[in-house]
Ligand binder design. Sequence first.
Ligand code: GRF
Length: 216
Amino acid sequence: MSQRAPLFASRGASERLRVGVLCSGSGSNLQALLDASQAPGCPFVVVVVVVNVEGAFAAERARAAGVPVSLVPHKGLARDVHEDAVAAALAGHDVDVVVLAGYMRVLTAGFVRRYPKKIINVHPALLPSFPGTHGARQALLHGCRVTGCTVHLVDDGVDTGPILLQAAVPILVDDDEAALQRRIQVEEHKLLPAAVRAYAEGRVVVVDGRVVVVDG
Ligand code: GRF
């Protein structure tokens, strides 16, 4: 039988997976994580939120939940200098995993190497279709009948890392980008906490070199 190596060894009910979240915008996916983390028995906790855009509503959501916020603006900084500052903001909080929840910056290979298989992203398309920005718009432009969202581990490509979970969203005849994006987000808000929960429970495992999520 193949060996299953969990990416994170659950430390039991008393010690939860410590999650650092990077956001650039509204933070509705952050909110989904915060809400899920408050449910009794949730195996993860959001310990810090790093925001790179001043005024991003994600920061308000974090403060309202009592989670520390670091504002680390990228404007005017070289990419590696900015990433060093982001890593420093995370470092003080002993994070086990980093979640990109609407973080609109491509991370360098150098940053990804600091957190091997420990960065999770949510993307508004069924990868490997439509990586990059405007996933919903791309699906509409291509006349897709079905699109969706993907939660995946981050590697040093753009939206290319191992897929953890996906959910399908049908495209309706009179959909515009905003309507489709809203329906995709409804699914994202379930999928992202589910993926982080699986990670926390040691159910994200490597089998024969492939990352898979096993049932709880
Ligand atoms: C989400 O749709 C996610 O797929 C993409 O950015 C959007 C962020 O939305 N990566 P929010 O800030 O979580 O509301």
